[in-house]
Design a protein around this ligand. Structure first.
Ligand SMILES: Cc1cc2nc3c(=O)[nH]c(=O)nc-3n(C[C@H](O)[C@H](O)[C@H](O)COP(=O)(O)O)c2cc1C
Length: 222
């Protein structure tokens, strides 16, 4: 009885009642689509809402309670810089006109995004945890991926479109300094660049294989 009180009196009710309607939750998950930053219009997203969404999104499953995700919610000048750096990565040292053109397009697209969150995963590789449980590195990544999906869904529910990108801007030598990432790799690595903004456009939903191809269902076995 005493332990039940410590765990909280709502546990029994939470498992019985539906928190939000199943239909609404399914619709939220199924209707989320990746939106290109070039689709974002001039409407300024509410960055305070985004900040709150980040706070909620952190509440994902996390083995060893390491809280590995770090978030960098960028302002306009940093977004512009990140776009410029990505252009330099895309162009490389090549005189190839195609690459130069692609780099210029990427710089414009990224730089003009109204919002950008850089999500990193921090795991101290010299920690006792990693020494005794090396799998913690992969598990920390898994937690960060859950957090990113939480974030995309929360933004989607606010009517804010987003794109998770792994465009390798983090390879640029100036990237960490521009974003203010204190820890060097491999301890702190970039998991996602989440571009966000408003758009009227929505991508068509992808097609998925029939569930029978992906699910081994033994639930009705005797
Ligand atoms: C880990 C991860 C990395 C991604 N990186 C990119 C990327 O670099 N460029 C891109 O265009 N889309 C990227 N995406 C978005 C996917 O392309 C997108 O999720 C996919 O096309 C399915 O579309 P949907 O999100 O609308 O369901 C990434 C998604 C994930 C989960």
């Amino acid at each position: 009885m005493f332990l039940w009180f410590l765990a909280g009196p709502n546990i029994a009710t939470i498992h019985q009642a539906m928190i939000v309607s199943q239909q609404d939750l399914e619709r939220l998950i199924s209707s989320r689509r990746t939106s290109k930053p070039s689709w974002f219009n001039d409407q300024e997203p509410d960055h305070a809402d985004v900040r709150h969404a980040i706070d909620v999104a952190r509440k994902a499953p996390n083995h060893h309670r390491t809280e590995p995700a770090r978030f960098y919610l960028l302002d306009k000048s940093r977004i512009k810089e990140v776009g410029r750096l990505f252009g330099e990565i895309v162009a490389g040292d090549s005189p190839d006109e195609f690459l130069i053109d692609r780099a210029a397009k990427k710089t414009t697209e990224w730089s003009s995004s109204p919002g950008l969150i850089v999500v990193t995963c921090f795991t101290d590789h010299s920690s006792e945890l990693v020494a005794s449980k090396p799998n913690a590195i992969e598990e920390d990544y898994a937690t960060c991926a859950c957090i990113c999906q939480n974030l995309l869904l929360l933004l989607h529910n606010l009517g804010i479109a987003a794109k998770w990108s792994t465009g390798p801007v983090w390879k640029h030598r100036d990237f960490r300094q521009v974003v203010g990432i204190p820890n060097p790799p491999p301890d702190e690595r970039v998991i996602a660049l989440i571009f966000y903004g408003h758009t009227e456009k929505t991508a068509p939903p992808p097609t998925y294989s029939p569930i029978e191809m992906k699910l081994s269902d033994y639930s009705n076995s005797p």
